[in-house]
Structure formats: structure tokens, C-alpha cells
Design a protein around this ligand. Sequence first.
Ligand code: 3H9
Length: 719
Amino acid sequence: MAQYTRVSGFVGLITLQNPPVNALSAPVRQGIVDTVQRALSDPEVKSVVICGQNGIFCGGADIKEFGTDMFGPPLIPMIHAIEAANKPVVAAIEGIALGGGLELALGCHYRIAHSKARLGLPEVTLGLLPAAGGSQRLPRLIGVPAALNLITTGRHVTAAEALQLGIVDQVTDHNTVDAAVKFALRVGGQSLDARRISTYPCPQQPDLDALFEDVMQKVRQSARGAIAPVACVQAVRAAATLPYTQGMEREKELMATLFTSGQARALQYCFFAQRAVGRWKMPNGARWDTSKPRPVHKAAVIGLGTMGRGITVALAQTGLSVIAVESQEKQLMEAKQAVSGMLERGAKRRGVAPVLDRISYSQDIQAVADVDLVIEAVFEDMALKTKVFRQLSAVCKPGTLLCTNTSALDVDQLASETPNPELVVGMHFFAPAHVMKLLEVVYGSRSSPEAVATAMQLGKKMGKASVAVGNCRGFVGNRMLKLYLEQASFLLEEGATPELVDGALEEFGFPMGVFRMSDLSGLDVGWRIRKGEGLVEPGMASGQSARIRQGRRYSPLGDLLYEQGRFGLKTSRGWYQYDKPGSRVARSDPWVHSFLEEYRARHGLVARNIDHQEVLERCLYAMINEGFHILEDGIAAGPEDIDVIYVFGFGWPRHRGGPMFYADMVGLAKVMEKLEHYHQAHPDVPYLQPSNLLRKLVASGSPPIHTWGEVIKKLHSQL
Ligand code: 3H9
């Protein structure tokens, strides 16, 4: 797990060996302890180099070990022993030095990095802090402001930035281990007094209290209830104000709280869930590891509304040639300008040249004849999409993959309009498509494994968390969202206000409550979807029937606001009021409050007190119950798929793991009992009735989330 060789006569070379990222598992730590000791006790050896095999220095502590009975030598004394060594130890950083990997490097006396290496302390993203001395050494090395930035965000820096910050001593474009060995030979025998970072005083900082107060306020605001970023600030404060040994005590204390927290569990679950969704499988047995993606060099986007423009940008930024097609000339001109603007702004942010020449524009669908893949993003209307799919089938070269960006329509129906339904999949992007990290890849009943593999691979190339899901109305994300939105409206009918509902959800950790979100996306959007479903009836109908549609409870509140021209942000009025169209500051609107009172009076509804707990239970448990239905129906392969969709596409707070993980944390029996309670109180809302799968899981003793698959399999085999 750590190989030892002597090179160039006088250098002990230690190579970490634990693929794929040389994580510091117990055998690796043992290997480091043993080989360092060997090098230090060998009189021939004048200096030591530590590197990682396969061009990767180290990805940090082994996350898989967390939550298990940890054994083997602990990291802190191991790193102290390296720092205290009387022979120079040089870290040769290739690939990555992250978390404990960078902490190991900070314990070394010198650091040499390859120009393509990335370094960082991403522990905060796992609900932790750099607790192998990282929170104490980094501020001493690069100063408090820069260390705070890196530790509280977990961002990775390039080798160039690391050099500028003073994290590394040298950057090379050549063989890093060779450069480190050469360097080690040169510094062998030199004094190490000035090279032990733990002995450095923290660089002086004027008005330290004000700095920490300011940072803490910002961190609390952006953390939305996550505790690790706050602990990171506290740990760095200890580095700035306490001697090293006391700072280490504080680091340990803070880590102890974080390490066993539910938030750390949730964030580590998210880390693995994000990777697990890449190992997709379909109910027919097709899988990620047996399905070969097709090469995609040239793609087309049909329809250049908001979604089409974002998709065009995302594809071009991935390096593909893109043909962007829009039949309306005015819309095409506007889109061209908007896409160029997005590409230029994105390029400026990343410090690269914009890739405007990768895109060609056309009004004629014939222009897509030679592309490998098309993404249709026209208006959400089945008749229109059907027409486009028929045209594409006639125009495209054989084998072209036809993808639809529909957010809810039937992928199978569209596929049936083409002679090759196996080449049709959904690629459901989320607005803005070049920014949002989620992609639902929707397979129809006849989609080929190659088509799914190609869409999944393209999603990955675009930097999206891509999740393969089955075909049903709304797929996974929007199918669950519908019930969440409905419950929020029902709560208004029963006595809540938009402020109360949003307050509860934002306190839970959503960046935006449901009504602020609705104002942002536009009440007209939701109205159009409900109209398409045949749910909208115009006018202020009164009486019970106005609140029953298609045989179950319905709230026409959103429709009534829409009829008043209150579309949300774009009209400065919606569930809230705004100073001007587009303003993000939502202010309470007395009109909405009187409107709600009149509405309740008209329908004979008596307002009652509703607390935050009820808001959360009604909105979240309804959504979670639908998640169980989705698992039962085989639309999502596992709870991780649902959770990744919600964390990446719907603002579910990552430190709460996702809706299904949250249900597991709350306790399945409790979720079921609450659903039963609310269903009894609202028998006209059938979806509050606990799903079969939830009942089965509770009956099986509420097994932990990673074992739900067994119960789901059993349920499917009984069907
Ligand atoms: C820490 O260090 C705490 C310390 O302060 C000490 C406290 C006392 N452990 O992402 P990929 C697996 S906390 C175990 O697909 P990429 C990963 O699950 C740690 N496994 O590849 C996957 O497995 P599988 C701080 C790990 O090239 C495989 O490696 N460190 C670890 O896109 C490939 O991963 C971090 O937070 C690990 N540390 O990205 C770094 N890392 O194939 C976390 C990865 O079975 N890691 N695996 O699905 C990453 O950010 C990315 O994995 C990395 C590679 C950038 C390294």
C-alpha cells in the first residue's frame, strides 16, 4: 500500500498505492508510517520523496472507512512524524492532493506539483473539516483570508494558483517525481527549521475580529443550515488566535461533533450517490457496463427558446459542433445574440476564449442532415413535437439519436412517430440548461441501451449529474414536484400564507420556498401545464366542486392569480409583490392576504393555525411518498437516483441528503404514520395514502437505505 525504493543513491522514494485515488486507508497509513521510518533510519538516505502511483498523489482520507470501526495508525501523528523528521521530505504532487492528501503534503517540508495538478481541502463538502492539521497549517502557510476561502468552500485550486498562494514551492511541466527527486538531492542536509509549517506564526491580519465576524455572517447565510462551514471558520479562527497545539485540540473537538453528525452522513451519502447513478441499469437488464455509447461529434438543437439556447451553450462548451435550428427568424436572431452573450460571459469567467464558431444557425431543419444527435427543445406541445420528430426522421442520416427535452410528455408516444424508436430518448435539462447540473435521461420502452449510454455519456461530458429514469408523466423530478406544489396550495386554503410556507421550507434549507420559486419561474408556466392536463376551469367558480377536479382535491389558487395577470417576477406581482419586473426582492403583498381571506370565505373554509412542522410534513412527505411509488414502478432504479435528482435539480439541501435519504433519517415508520394521519384528515387527497413499498419497508423493520433494493426486488418479483 506504500512502496519503498531508493533512487539516485540517496533518496528514499515512497509511492502510495491504493487505486483509484490512493486514498489514505488503514493499510496505506500503515505503509506510510513503516516506509518513513525505514527511510529515516537508513543512513544512506539523505532525503525522502512521497508520491502516488498512476499519476495521482492522494484523494485524502478513505471516505469508505468513515462510519466503520476505524483501525490502523491515525493520520495526525503520522503527519507530525513526517514534519518532525530530520531529513527533508518532499511531496511530489501529480493529479490531485485533496483533503488528507493535501494535509499529508503540508506535513512535508517541500511541495512540488505538476502543472495539471489540483489541490484543495474539500472536507466541508463531506460535512467535515480538514482535521489532520489542515485547518491549522494552511492559515499559517498562506494567511487567514486565503485559507478561509479554501477551507469553507472546499474549492480545488490549480497548481498555478497553489504556487501563487504559496501552497507549493515549485510547479513543473515535466515528470514531477523526477523533479522532486532532483530537488530532494539538492536540499538534502539543509536545515529544516524554517520548513515546519506547524511552527510558523499565523500571518498577522489587521482587525481579525471584524474579519471573522464578516466571514461567519456570509458563511452562515450561504450554508443554509449546514454546520460544517461554520465549524471550518471556527477552526481557522483557532489557528489565528491560539498556539498550534491548542489549535489542534480545537480542530479535534470540532471534528468530533461533525464526524458523527447526520449532516456528514447525508453529505457522504450524496458523494457516493452521485457516483452510483453513473452505474445505471434499466428494468430490461441493460446496464452501464455492457452498453457502448456511440460517438457524438456533431449535434443539433431544434427550437431556440430559453431551454434550446441553454442546451446549445452547454453542447458547444463541451466541444461539439452544434447546429441550432429555429424556424422563426426574429426568434433566431434574438437567440443568436443571447447564445453568443452566454458563451462570452462563460468564457470570461473561466479565462478562456469563447467558442462562438462551434455553432451554426439555421431556419431550415434540413441543416441537421449529418448530425449524430438531435435535441428537440420546441414548445411543450405534443402535436408540435410529433411534427418535429416526423421531420427529423425524414431528414437525419441513419442512426442519428433523437432526443427530446420534454419535461413531462410521453417519450414512447414520440418514439412511435419515428421508424427507429430505439434511437429515441428523453434528455430533460433544467433551466438554465447551461448552468443547472441535472440531466434526466429518460428511456422509453423501446430505447436501445446504446441510446441511453450515449445520452448518459454526453450528460457527463457536459458536467451534469445524469440520471437514467423511466418514462412516466413528469418522470421523477416533476412527478414528485407536482404533489409538493399542490400541498403548498392546500396549506394556503387551510390558513397558511405564502410567507409561512416559504419560511418553513427555506429554514429547512431550500434556497427558495415554493411560492418564491413559482414567482421566479412564472405562474403562467404552471397554469399552462395544468391546462394541458385538463385541470384548469376559468372563472371564480365557488362551492366545493371548484376545488375538486378529476375526482380529487384541487386548489385553483394559482389559476386565479394567473387570471389576475399575476405571473410572478415578470409582472412584478405574483404570490408576492416586487418593486419592478425582474427584481428579486419578494415583499409581502396585502392584496394576496385579502384575496386568500375572500377565497376561504367564498368556499366556507375556516383558517386554522399551521406551523412549520406541518408545512414540512405535508409538502415533503407527500413528495417522498411519491418517491416510493416511483421506486415501486421501477421508474427510478434506486433511492440514490431520486436523491441526486432533487439535490442537483430542485435545490434540496445537500446536507439533508435528498428526499429518500431524509425519510430514512426521520424514520420510515414515522413518515408512514404521518402520511396516514394526513390522509385521514384529507381523504380527498389519495396520494397521501402510504405507498405499498413504504408499508413493506416498515413491515420489514425499516432497513437502512442502502438495502432497500432487496425489498424493491422482492416487491417487483411478486408483481
Ligand atoms: C478527509 O481527507 C478528511 C481528512 O481531513 C482527515 C480527517 C482526520 N475515499 O469521483 P470519481 C472513489 S475527507 C474513498 O468517480 P474522478 C470514488 O468513490 C476526504 N473513495 O473519479 C469512486 O469510486 P467508484 C477528502 C474515494 O476522477 C472512485 O474513487 N477528499 C475517495 O471524477 C473514482 O472517483 C475528498 O473529498 C476517497 N477519498 O474524481 C476527495 N475519492 O468507482 C473526494 C474518490 O467505486 N474525491 N473515491 O464509484 C473526489 O473529489 C473525486 O473522487 C476525485 C476524482 C477528484 C478524487
